[in-house]
Ligand binder design. Structure first.
Ligand code: NAD
Length: 250
């Protein structure tokens, strides 16, 4: 007998760890999993925003303040989270700087937050998943992993690396029943790129290029994350799912 789809996306009793949960895409992912019955461990460096979200979601949300550029802090997060069914590596920062003006400390910070942190957290949380022979990891990459991206050399490199890391982790952990996938969002209006709204020329250019003629919302990515984490995606691993309204097609 086929299981009804809505039963496949039920997360009642599941523990989901979401990084960068205090705003934007991470907040939408937190709200979506909480609405489907999960207990979400919401982690972020922004304590005030995190407390606000946790207060609103009540017992469905446990908050943890950490800094992803500090490995000791990432280790404490993994320890505090305990048993995790789904890990969503979402925290990330954007850096817009021409290659020749790039400062080494900025370059290292983006690599630490966007790549080293997620890899470390995946190893730490993944060890428990492997022991239990159950679990799933979703990394948040970017459509910029696939195109040249002016002034975004470090950012797009970390996102391409996350897609590649996803494939390797999926390859190594598949035999233990662990699925690892990636989502590559397109232009989604959050604090990370709110500057688009302030620039009518850039705003119109983005819309013109996007076949679906709108910018993304956090919920577009959150719904993709829910699907990839669910039993409905039980035979999907190592994949990067582009959620960009078709922007990448041109
Ligand atoms: N918004 C977009 O258009 C877009 C497109 C492609 C990919 N992404 C990716 O989506 C993810 C979420 O971005 P967003 O658009 O929601 O941005 P956002 O700025 O709204 O959210 C990022 C969250 O990560 C947290 N964070 C940043 N650095 C951290 C650190 N060192 N330790 C702990 N938490 C930290 C921030 O406090 C914030 O809550 C990022 O990985 C980003 O690269 C976004």
């Amino acid at each position: 007998m086929t299981t009804p789809f809505r039963e496949l996306v039920d997360f009642t009793g599941r523990r989901v760890l979401v990084t960068g949960a205090a705003s934007g895409i991470g907040e939408a992912i937190t709200r979506t999993f909480a609405a489907e019955g999960a207990t979400v461990i919401a982690a972020d460096r922004n304590e005030a925003a995190l407390e606000h979200l946790a207060g609103e979601l009540g017992s469905a949300c446990l908050s943890h303040v950490y800094d992803q550029k500090d490995i000791a802090s990432v280790e404490k997060l993994a320890q505090a989270a305990g048993m995790v069914d789904v890990l969503v590596n979402n925290a990330g920062i954007l850096l817009v700087e021409p290659l020749l003006e790039l400062k080494w400390e900025d370059l290292r910070q983006v690599i630490d937050i966007n790549l080293v942190g997620p890899m470390a957290l995946t190893r730490l949380v993944g060890a428990g998943m492997i022991e239990r022979r159950q679990g799933c990891v979703i990394n948040i990459g970017s459509q910029l992993a696939f195109n040249g991206a002016r002034d975004r050399s470090v950012y797009s490199s970390t996102k391409a690396a996350i897609s590649q890391f996803t494939k390797t982790a999926a390859l190594e952990w598949g035999e233990f029943g662990i699925r690892v996938n990636c989502i590559a969002p397109g232009k989604t209006i959050t604090s990370l790129n709110r500057h688009i709204l302030a620039d009518p020329v850039e705003y119109e250019a983005g819309l013109k290029r996007t076949p679906l003629k709108r910018y993304g919302e956090g919920s577009d990515v959150a719904n993709a994350a829910l699907f990839l984490a669910s039993e409905a995606a039980g035979y999907i691993t190592g994949h990067t799912l582009v959620v960009d309204g078709g922007w990448i097609l041109e």
